[in-house]
Design a protein. Structure first.
Length: 89
């Protein structure tokens, strides 16, 4: 378990918003081995607020991370393809 402690308020955060930030957060560090054919095997470290390992096993977190990564990688393709079509409201 990792504990993140609140730091001094940066200038760009007003005092009202800073007051809503908790004094500390408990985080979980999960190391996941990524093996994909044709790519180097590597280890990815996921830091999450989903701290319950029974409810959120590391395999589930790895799948979620992969899906999020794919969404980010393919997002430019989707937006450039959308320009080919006339979108109406």
């Amino acid at each position: 378990m990792i504990v993140w402690k609140k730091t001094a308020r940066p200038d760009w955060i007003d005092s009202e918003a800073a007051a809503t930030i908790p004094q500390q957060l408990e985080l979980r560090e999960v190391r996941v081995r990524v093996e994909q054919r044709g790519f180097r095997t590597e280890e990815v470290i996921i830091i999450t607020t989903l701290t319950d390992p029974v409810a959120f096993p590391k395999e589930m977190l790895a799948q979620l991370y992969r899906r999020r990564w794919q969404a980010e990688v393919y997002q430019p393709d989707c937006t450039s393809s959308a320009r080919l079509y006339q979108l109406s409201a």
